[in-house]
Design a protein around this ligand. Sequence first.
Ligand code: DO4
Ligand code: MG
Length: 278
Amino acid sequence: MHIFKTNDKVIVKYAGLLYNSPDWNWDSFINRETLHSEVLKDLQNISANPLLAHNLEQLCTPIAGQEIWASGVTYLRSMDARMEESKDAGGGDFYARVYSAERPEIFFKSSASRAVGPGGSVRIRKDSKWNVPEPELVLFICSAGTIEGYLIGNDMSSRDIEGENPLYLPQAKSYDGAAAIGPCLYVPGTSISPDTEIQIEISRGDDQVFTDAILISRMKRTHQELANYLFMEMSFPAGAYLMTGTGIVPSDSFTLNYGDVIAITISNIGTLTNQVGK
Ligand code: DO4
Ligand code: MG
């Protein structure tokens, strides 16, 4: 089951058919425990409408009252890259410690108003010279703390700012257009398969300048463990989004340019495409 947000509708795609949700309010529609079975009950009372296909051409960012949080250093590749980029600043050891610590790294990523959706422009900071996308699986955790769905996310990151001093992390990670999510909320009704692949392609004009892929089973921590830490001392009345960390980091010579097109695909969810704008 996939749930899409448009400017005036919430559209459900289930078993190849499209339905206009009876509840157009994103927060009240998605923020439900056992979301998959609740939506199936809703669908019993409405008919599929193939004409909704054209509404899916203009998707909004699938967010309203949710905040976007992020987990870090959950894959070995992220730990290695960050140890290297911050070694001159003496920050390297902290990444190794958080990788193996019981408490995960969790940080605030974006409010809804700063986030970007499918087809929108992500940004790189003007005061940064080394920027990368981080393709990540995003959890949707409802206000009761259970994981109800998944999205694709891009945790845009300024590597030089974070590398200069790990205390600059909020500036390296949070700014207008630093978080992309979409294209929809995927609600499988069970936990997502460990064989789920995250794939990224970056194009510059006609050239493909970077491509890579990883399975989510390579992640060190469980999704529920991350969700439990996020919800331990914070409440989220409309539920929360949690990026689960990146296992893909381009080589150190790579930085994003204005105009680059970033396409992130996650099996069974879809593709999230964004261009780097000013
Ligand atoms: O420690 C910094 C952030 C890590 C991160 O965003 C990631 O591993 O994905
Ligand atoms: Mg990240």
